[in-house]
Ligand binder design. Structure first.
Ligand SMILES: Cc1cc2nc3c(=O)[nH]c(=O)nc-3n(C[C@H](O)[C@H](O)[C@H](O)COP(=O)(O)O)c2cc1C
Length: 407
């Protein structure tokens, strides 16, 4: 590939111009302290992200309450965490302030950890496997929405550049949006009711944060890949129908979203779709189509951030077939998709744990020094084991920890 590297060209999100089109994806690593505040390990991860120079940095899924959580040591965004988060953001911005630092606010709903917390569901008939989750309705959802709005205000006061209202990967926002949320209630049944959850919440956050410079957006599952999931034609079919997804992102844009992060699948249900694995790397190509669908639906000023790019690396992921390594690198696809108007920004999840300095090393002509993600997914092993973690391939201390864990 020759010519200008489009990944390193500036892009404007909300009111802020970012130096490049590479993003650090939201990557929960379960290493907060017992109060949900960033620990030494959290600081260490984010210092690397900020030193790496990405234009857009997602703070991993952070919960606005502690009753229903996906992991024990998840970061928390409650009034009790406000001071600690302010210190954390200030520290990171002292390293590098040229990026958009975006907090991904979340509630785990039915996928909350059953032993550590209280899983809750919004459908009388549980999604298969989630029979243990307690049924909640409008009253409880109203409380959760209040907590999200308060969380967004705490994030703004802590110095974050914006929030990502999580509407993806099987978490509560996704549980409400999916056709499987079929009972007739305020946010269930017809699409016009299901989508209203995301619309009401976005409107409330815009109004109550009341800061035109605060960037609002969402990570959205375009297609879940299981019956009744987001992007399906109904509660009992897996047939893809993206009309609701398209309507959703347009409605979010109308209400003030300045970016949408594309994703697909849900890690607990359709894992390989959500983060293409070494054994099925080609599922990453589906994400290009989903990004294109979003790009075509939205105004040019609303940026589309694509995910699922970690496996392309330097073209040396050998499990891809029918494509030459030189036409299958992160740089190749990032440039092609930005150039072809498919995505505006490329997000790196697992690659950011392996080495978050892709932008800096590319800019300095040191691509040969990038430590590439090998797609082993041991970062997920740490997470599902309830351990703090990261990349065991490029971090010797974590390699030792993984050995013990696997024993
Ligand atoms: C260990 C781990 C933690 C993750 N945590 C989050 C998260 O907090 N929020 C989120 O939206 N996605 C999360 N993801 C998904 C990634 O952000 C990303 O969408 C996915 O890994 C695909 O991108 P990649 O190919 O660059 O890794 C996580 C993935 C992994 C492997």
């Amino acid at each position: 590939m020759s010519g200008k590297n489009l990944l390193l060209t500036p892009v404007t999100v909300g009111g802020k111009t970012l130096p490049n089109r590479l993003a650090v994806g939201a990557m929960e690593c379960n290493d907060a302290d017992s109060d949900g505040n960033p620990s030494k390990a959290t600081y260490s991860r984010y210092e690397k992200y900020f030193e790496g120079g990405s234009g857009f940095i997602s703070l991993e899924a952070i919960t606005c309450q502690r009753e229903s959580v996906s992991s024990l040591n998840q970061l928390c965004l409650t009034p009790a965490n406000a001071k600690s988060l302010e210190k954390f953001v200030r520290h990171m911005k002292d390293i590098n302030k040229d990026n958009a630092f975006i907090f991904q606010i979340t509630h785990a709903g039915e996928i909350s950890h059953p032993r550590l917390s209280k899983p809750v569901r919004v459908t009388k008939e549980p999604l298969f496997g989630y029979e243990h989750a307690a049924l909640i309705g409008e009253d409880e959802i109203n409380v959760i929405m209040d907590q999200f709005v308060e969380g967004a205000k705490i994030a703004r006061d802590a110095g974050a550049d914006g929030i990502d209202l999580k509407l993806c990967t099987g978490y509560l926002g996704s549980q409400i949006l999916r056709p499987f949320n079929k009972d007739n209630w305020k946010y269930g049944g017809a699409w016009e009711k299901r989508r209203q959850y995301a619309f009401d919440l976005t409107e409330r956050i815009v109004k109550e944060v009341a800061d035109p410079n605060f960037i609002i957006g969402s990570k959205v599952t375009v297609y879940d890949g299981f019956p009744g999931g987001q992007g399906t034609a109904g509660p009992d079919t897996a047939v893809m129908d993206l009309s609701e997804t398209i309507d959703l992102v347009k409605g979010l844009e109308e209400r003030g979203a300045s970016y949408i992060i594309e994703t697909a699948g849900a890690p607990y249900h359709t894992e390989d779709l959500s983060k293409p694995s070494r054994s099925k790397p080609y599922l990453g190509y589906l994400h290009f189509y989903f990004q294109k669908i979003l790009r075509e639906a939205l105004r040019p000023e609303t940026k589309v951030i694509g995910t699922g790019y970690s496996l392309y690396r330097d073209g040396k992921q050998k499990t891809f077939r029918a494509v030459s390594p030189e036409n299958n690198t992160l740089k190749f696809w990032g440039n092609k998709n930005i150039g072809d108007g498919i995505a505006d920004i490329v997000s790196l999840g697992r690659q950011s744990l392996a080495d978050a300095s892709v932008p800096r090393k590319m800019a300095e002509g040191k691509e040969g020094e990038i430590k590439w993600c090998v797609g082993c997914d041991n970062c997920t092993v740490f997470l599902v084991s309830g351990e703090g973690g990261g990349c065991a391939v490029h971090n010797p201390a974590l390699a030792e920890k993984l050995k013990t864990l696997k024993k």
